[in-house]
Design a binder for this molecule. Structure first.
Ligand code: ADP
Ligand code: MG
Length: 624
């Protein structure tokens, strides 16, 4: 029989290198990874056999064996699970299927010291065998298949496949140990490693032919909470989530009564790389009475909790439930309700630990806010969980913090949308708010363009974008330190102002929807705002980028009646002198406001000419 040699895909070689040399601090976890794979393989076959019992035949006792051969210096981990065909051996062990791998590797290389624990998400557990093995051989017979295949590699760029004479179903992974790894051949060592890392595995793990399993061989989630250590929870998380870090939160509960299920769910300690990828994998596995059914149960967990990892084991669903039948299943919807209630409650408690919660929010806040938009039933609770950057300082604030600090006369929660919180904090739109000590939330996630519009109010306080017209700031007194600043500067007389406003309107025509005097500004002469019913500025830019709208709606130009330039212009407008100069300045002011909002000028040539004219006049005036 001839073997066929093949090269690892480029990204596999690079990943292999990272896994073998820098990923794990404990080499012994290779065993956990191989047992974890064996367990997954048995879970998969058990599910397939529900509808095709011929796949398992007589051999329905799923198990995992670990055998050391001191003479040959090998360790073999074997299972009677689903097995792999020739193509699957090549595909699963020779390529990295998950999209985004190359991009991720580039990021690592750029950052040099990137957090390597993220790598686990790409499915590299198998490669950890090469930490202790100079050669790895895999033989496998896929359930229901007449052929068997073997795969072997030294983990250095190439692997080989050939036909194999194996007769039993399942997979065996044999490690030919490197020099210096002989302690792994001792039964006591292996038993210790299995107990430490694989005790949670629900299948029996038999060591060196012993007829008593080394592990407890009972589903971890069915044990009493008091019998499970933090370490065991963590190891189970690593197994179900293919993760390497500590979970941020663990929730383990049993629902009894009308519907019965057990859930063991984790909030990851880091953000999965594909959180926003539509092709992302689901993270919560559905079991029915201990039998794995699917890790892609649509609707088991709402979209906005898609970062959850773990297991839900239902007592009520029929074992022969097909994955298709699961869609729109009312029992699943009930379980989802329970999950949402429990997880939101736990997150609410978690929020007391400000530091840790800030980490959670940085990872998943943008996703949770999708829930504010989508799930009106839990909106109130979700808003309670939300944290924001604000003009109040660096620390994240909750809406309760915000409402507690609202000024007398203030009846709305003010926010501004943009791409960058620091830039937003300097926006002229905020000047009048700052002068009155009114806090403004700085919203920078894409989803922030959508949810405020869907939310009616929080504690009866409406959400209002500061880039919208109609903010009545005159009702709120300026903050102490700011009082002088606003009071010292006199407003232009009303009659002068109305002449100026008429003149600007005439000059700018349909480029603006309206021109109004405003309390919003203290230092800047003008800014643009959206009309009450119009699309908010930042959202409009977003929609334009995504080709959702062509022509943006005209904005309202707000002018600052206390600004020296505006006062002088108003004076001039009344006397009616040199109105073409005023026209030019009106255009320049409009363009200035647009630039500050991150837009382009209305008409670059016109802008150049006007700016040139104005500058010439300044220089000319100085010479005189
Ligand atoms: P992950 O388990 O995160 O997917 P691994 O590197 O551990 O990544 O394994 C890669 C893939 O190889 C698995 O997803 C599975 O398809 C396949 N595989 C590994 N071990 C086995 C096994 N014992 N039986 C069947 N398939 C296996
Ligand atoms: Mg694995």
């Amino acid at each position: 029989m001839t073997e066929e040699r093949m090269s690892f895909r480029a990204e596999v070689s690079r990943l292999l290198d990272i896994v073998v040399h820098s990923l794990y601090s404990d080499k012994e976890i290779f065993l956990r990874e191989l047992i974890s794979n064996a367990s997954d393989a048995c879970d998969k076959l058990r599910y397939e056999a529900l509808t095709m019992p011929e796949l398992t035949g007589e051999d329905t006792d799923f198990k995992i064996t670990v055998d050391a051969d001191p003479k040959a210096r090998t360790i073999t981990v074997a299972d009677n699970g689903i097995g792999m065909s020739r193509d699957e051996l090549i595909e699963n062990l020779g390529t990295i299927a998950r999209s985004g791998t190359s991009a991720f590797l580039e990021k690592i290389e750029e950052a040099k010291k990137a957090d390597l624990t993220q790598i686990g998400q790409f499915g590299v557990g198998f490669y950890s065998a090469f930490m202790v093995a100079q050669m790895v051989e895999v033989t496998s017979r896929k359930a229901g298949s007449a052929e068997a295949w073997s795969w072997h590699s030294d983990g250095k760029g190439e692997f080989a496949v050939e036909e194999d004479d194996r007769t039993t179903r399942g997979t065996s992974v044999t490690l030919y140990l490197k020099q210096g790894e002989d302690q792994l051949l001792k039964e006591d060592t292996l038993r210790l490693i299995i107990n430490r890392y694989s005790d949670h595995i629900a299948l029996p793990v038999y060591l060196n032919g012993n007829d008593k399993p080394t592990n407890r061989a009972a589903a971890l989630w069915l044990r009493n909470k008091s019998e499970i250590t933090a370490e065991q929870y963590k190891e189970f998380y690593h197994h179900v989530a293919h993760a390497f870090e500590e979970p941020a939160l663990t929730a383990h509960w049993r629902a009894e009564g009308k519907i019965e299920y057990t859930a063991l769910l984790f909030v990851p300690g880091m953000r999965p790389f594909d959180l926003f990828d539509p092709k992302r994998q689901h993270g919560v596995k559905l079991y029915v009475k201990r039998v794995f059914i699917t890790d892609a149960a649509e609707g088991l967990v709402p979209n906005y909790l898609r970062f959850l990892r773990g297991v839900i084991d239902s007592e009520d669903l029929p074992l022969n439930v097909s994955r298709e039948m699961l869609q729109h299943n009312p029992l699943l919807a009930k379980i989802r309700q329970g999950v949402v209630r429990r997880v939101l409650g736990d997150l609410n408690k978690f929020a007391d630990d400000k530091g840790a919660y800030a980490g959670f929010w940085a990872n998943f806040g943008a996703v949770v806010k999708e829930g504010v938009y989508e799930d009106s039933e839990h909106r109130e609770e979700l808003l309670k969980l939300a944290r924001f950057r604000s003009t109040h300082g660096e620390e994240l604030v909750s809406l309760a913090d915000y409402v507690g600090r609202m000024k007398e006369g203030q009846d709305a929660i003010y926010y501004i949308n943009g791409d960058d919180a620091d830039a937003l904090a300097r926006s002229p739109h905020l000047e009048g708010f700052a002068a009155r000590g009114i806090e403004v939330l700085l919203l920078t996630d894409t989803v922030d363009d959508f949810w405020p519009g869907a939310v009616d109010a929080y504690l009866d306080k409406k959400f209002k974008s500061v880039t919208r017209a109609g903010q009545d700031l005159s009702k709120i007194a300026p903050a102490d330190g700011e009082k002088d600043k606003t009071a010292a500067k006199e407003e232009a007389p009303a009659s002068d102002l109305s002449s100026l406003i008429a003149l600007i309107k005439l000059a700018l025509g349909d480029k603006v929807k309206d021109v109004r005097s405003s309390d919003r500004l203290t230092d800047s002469p003008v800014c643009l705002v959206a009309d009450e019913g119009d699309v908010d500025l930042h959202l409009e830019r977003f929609l334009k980028q995504h080709n959702q709208i062509r022509t943006p709606s005209a904005r309202i130009l707000e002018i600052n009646p206390r600004h020296t330039l505006i006062r002088k212009m108003a004076e001039r407008a009344k006397t009616g002198g040199a109105s073409s100069d005023l026209d030019d300045i009106a255009w320049l002011l409009l363009d200035q406001a647009r630039l500050l909002d991150g837009e382009t000028v209305t008409d670059p040539q016109g802008f150049n000419r006007r700016l040139g004219d104005v500058l010439t006049k300044v220089v000319f005036a100085e010479e005189k």
